[in-house]
Design a binder for this molecule. Structure first.
Ligand SMILES: NC(=O)c1ccc[n+]([C@@H]2O[C@H](COP(=O)([O-])OP(=O)(O)OC[C@H]3O[C@@H](n4cnc5c(N)ncnc54)[C@H](OP(=O)(O)O)[C@@H]3O)[C@@H](O)[C@H]2O)c1
Length: 206
């Protein structure tokens, strides 16, 4: 059985998108700075789907490869799905994607589609994704959905790709988590040009 993880590129002041995110600027005002490390490096890294080649540092490429090789399915929120316009029909990681939503967009439902729209909440989506992933890991994305998953105790690992910028506003990752504390154990720190990759294990009471 794999793990369930979530993670984002995040500004030092805790934002994963700038203000005014929308279809034209999915990462909001100034938010593209959070993704600069995907394109500023000297090492080419092609996403598993084959359609996107990034230019990252050697250290970041190693981490991306390792993470992508272990991931078997994704859960995302409907906003993330809509802002990405369904990645044109196939996620760059070429994986089954479970989209948490209140209403199923019929235009995206067709045979052979990698997208499953789940109206039963985050927990049900994670359960379906675990089955699809088999022994591999599940990745959870979309801030709101990730927050619900953390709050419900569904997340085993949290990854932060920390970018040295203060965005001053926008979409926060760590919000609406209820009463704390949620204890974490830091498992990795990888320093790379333009980004520090931090990985944490969520310590759960058994
Ligand atoms: N920095 C990074 O690494 C990174 C990566 C990816 C995305 N992002 C950013 O993340 C943001 C998107 O995240 P978000 O927090 O705005 O939204 P989200 O989590 O992607 O989606 C929220 C939506 O999901 C649906 N939903 C959530 N919980 C539900 C439930 N329990 N039952 C049914 N439906 C539910 C609702 O949509 P409906 O009511 O419409 O169905 C809700 O409005 C964007 O700004 C994007 O740019 C950043």
């Amino acid at each position: 059985m794999g793990t369930v993880g979530t993670g984002f590129s995040m500004s030092l002041d805790g934002f994963i998108a700038g203000p005014n995110d929308g279809p034209e600027w999915p990462l909001g005002d100034g938010g593209e700075r959070l993704f600069a490390w995907y394109f500023d490096g000297d090492t080419e890294y092609t996403m598993p789907g084959g359609g996107i080649t990034l230019k990252v540092s050697r250290a970041s490429a190693g981490l991306l490869r390792e993470s992508h090789q272990k991931t078997g399915a994704l859960v995302v929120g409907r906003r993330h799905f809509d802002l990405a316009n369904g990645w044109g029909g196939r996620h760059p990681m070429d994986l089954p994607v479970f989209v948490v939503t209140h209403s199923v967009p019929r235009e995206w439902v067709h045979g052979g589609s990698p997208f499953t729209f789940v109206t039963g909440g985050v927990e049900g989506a994670v359960e379906q994704a675990k089955v699809a992933a088999g022994d591999n890991d599940v990745g959870v994305g979309g801030a709101n959905v990730a927050q619900q998953a953390i709050k419900a105790g569904l997340i085993d690992e949290i990854g932060i790709d920390l970018v040295p910028v203060l965005l001053g506003g926008g979409v926060r990752f760590f919000d609406h988590l209820g009463e704390g504390p949620i204890e974490l154990e830091r498992t990795r720190v990888i320093e790379a040009p333009g980004v520090t990759h931090l990985r944490f294990r969520v310590l759960k009471e058994n």
